[in-house]
Write a protein that binds this ligand. Structure first.
Ligand code: PLP
Length: 355
């Protein structure tokens, strides 16, 4: 391996974040959400790191669950989008997966599946997000009609649209409407994602589904000491002096206001560094913060290192991590940490550090 562009995955941070969140909600059980390759960290990496503390894992689609099985992960895996085709019902059962049923077609596929090859199902309720799930007031009749599919392991699931915004009372509306039906049906519940687990204690149900917070992300208003779990780093591959008035990069997007020193770094949008990051977006060189200078290219970025001394080819550059909070980069790019993490591309090796 020659190029020094890597995503360092901090195993201790992932583990301590999960434990901290689980302790926040001692009356719930917590499962780690490892969909989208564990938010870019490597689903197998993260599932191995958490296998002794997360009694279930959650993924979006069954292919993600099967990949974990093939890597030797044994905990039951909740497939949040359920089956996309009838054959996935039997596949789910043989791989120890739980399918979240969100529409009637999926329930019919289950009925058509031989009884001894049916997986555990969870039921998804639409409490106001209007993306997936059964309309709340239809649930009693659905549960009655498909009673043969419901077991003691069946959980009633819903998802909150605004849990990261403590000033929005829509969350309370969703909770009240959902809990009324859940009480009536006497089923265990799973409501909270990360921001809900942190900010809305009433949403902590039988199972909390922890995604972004395991990876260090939390609502702006929250005050939980979560650690960054990924350091995206690269190195300086070229250095040059750029005289006042000269431009750098595509479209002459940055112009030197004075004689400047520009470093070229071996990472670009093909690695998942956001192309929309403007001039001045923070990066750290040898731990010191400097700014982007010029448009992000496919394989490289250029940064202004005029103000720091002793910069050399080969020096380490942090794109996000301990010195540059990922949220600052996300904000500069008009995006969110979820997107930045999941877009780190396959070209970037994930290196798990156990400290
Ligand atoms: C992705 C997802 C989660 C995890 O959300 P975070 O905000 O990352 O904690 C929980 N529930 C469902 C249904 C999801 O799709």
């Amino acid at each position: 391996m020659s190029r020094q562009t890597q995503a360092i995955i901090h195993a201790d941070a992932i583990l301590s974040n999960f434990k901290l969140l689980a302790e926040l909600a001692p009356t719930s059980r917590s499962m780690a959400v490892v969909k989208a390759d564990a938010y870019g960290h490597g689903a197998v990496n993260v599932s191995r790191i958490l296998q002794h503390v997360s009694p279930r894992f959650a993924v979006a689609i069954i292919e993600e669950a099967i990949a974990l099985r093939e890597a030797g992960i044994t905990a039951p895996i909740v497939v949040l989008e359920g089956a996309h085709q009838a054959k996935e019902c039997a596949m789910a059962a043989s791989h120890g997966c739980i399918l979240v049923m969100h529409n009637q077609a999926q329930l019919e596929w289950m009925l058509a599946c031989p009884e001894d090859r049916r997986p555990t199902i969870w039921l998804k309720a639409d409490s106001g997000m209007h993306r997936l799930g059964f309309v709340l007031n239809t649930l009693p009749s659905i549960v009655k009609q498909y009673a043969s599919l419901i077991t003691q392991d069946t959980v009633l699931v819903t998802h909150l649209a605004c849990a990261d915004d403590t000033s929005n009372d829509f969350t309370q509306k969703q909770l009240s409407a959902f809990l009324q039906i859940a009480t009536q049906l006497a089923l265990p519940v799973s409501i909270a994602n990360s921001p809900a687990t942190i900010e809305w204690p009433q949403s902590r149900g039988d199972w909390n589904r922890l995604g972004i917070a395991v990876y260090g992300g939390q609502p702006n208003t929250a005050n939980v000491a979560l650690a960054p779990t990924m350091t995206l780093r690269s190195s300086i591959i070229a250095l040059r002096d750029v005289p006042k008035g000269e431009s750098v990069g595509y479209g002459q997007n940055w112009v030197a206001q004075k004689d400047s020193r520009i470093a070229t770094v071996g990472i670009g949008y093909a690695d998942g560094y956001p192309r929309h990051c403007p001039n001045g977006t923070p990066v750290a060189v040898n731990g010191e913060r400097v700014g982007l200078a010029g448009r992000v290219s496919m394989d490289m970025i250029t940064i202004d290192v005029t103000h720091i001394s002793n910069v050399n080819i080969g020096d380490r550059v942090e794109l996000w991590g301990e010195n540059v909070p990922i949220n600052e980069v996300a904000e500069a790019a008009g995006s969110i940490d979820y997107e930045l993490l999941t877009r780190v591309s396959a070209r970037v090796p994930r290196i798990v550090k156990y400290r």
